[in-house]
Design a protein around this ligand. Sequence first.
Ligand SMILES: [Zn+2]
Length: 326
Amino acid sequence: MAIKRRDLLQGSMGLAGFGMISMGGTASLLEASEAEKNMTTRRKVLTLAHLTDTHVQPEKDAQAGMAAALHHVQSHPAGVQLIITGGDNIMDAFGQTRERTAAQWKIWRETLAAECSLPVLNCIGNHDVWGWNRERSGVSPDEPGYGKRWAMDELGLSRPYYSVDQAGWHLIVLDSTQSDGGNDYKARLDEKQFEWLAEDLKRTPAQTPVLVLSHIPIFAACPFFDGDNEKSGDWVVPGAWMHLDARRLKDLFLKHPNVKVCLSGHIHLVDRVEYLGVTYCCNGAVSAGWWGGPYQEFQNGYGLVELFDDGTFSNQYVEYGWKAKA
Ligand SMILES: [Zn+2]
């Protein structure tokens, strides 16, 4: 489901013709809060749905659940114009055979084709990467489709990370999953991707607001509540749960105050962290507890994100009412 930039730009609203309301003059306007000023002058330019951690699979009625989420998105009164997937689109390819991986991508592909008429921008999650756990998958790196190749083909990506301009915003999609050199992965950008990101931000005009999407949170609070690692006597957040290069990315974003919001998934929990001018939102999971019911306090849902022409945004977690099969 590759999306062409041309298609994306259709239906987007240009900034021309926008009449600014003068804020000068009266005492009441001067007393207006920042939020109120935003309400009166900003204009919504794009509404998108962030569907992360769908983990579709032949079992647990997951295909019907994915279809229900897509229907909910497309009938939402906010008028969603674009879907961004957050990765972990299928249950797991990381430690699976070719046959099992093919069965899951088939469901993904067919459900999206049948149930979704919106443009889709895709992101790769750790579970979309084929065979890296070679102990479990038994897959050799010379097999066609090994690693990210298969997911890129299914998701219509020529590169695992990229950026697009849309409705006056710059959208950056990152690839969080890097090999740990063994059978597992760590969350970070490799050197080449970091350099690309730094260049991409440098090229983006300072007045253009930026949204960053990654599968694994760059920075989040909810990883503290995933698992019960504090039983060790210390709070421990593993390097597969939050970006190990978060400090470096924070420093990079500081040089670019037009980076406004970073969206992620992976944890299946929902949070929002404000830090140094950037808002980090972890948007739960379409599959909640991997189609087995809620995960901790969080039901099956997706992020509804509204982008405004003044660089502000809103992010809300929307439950779509799915009940897990008993
Ligand atoms: Zn994940």
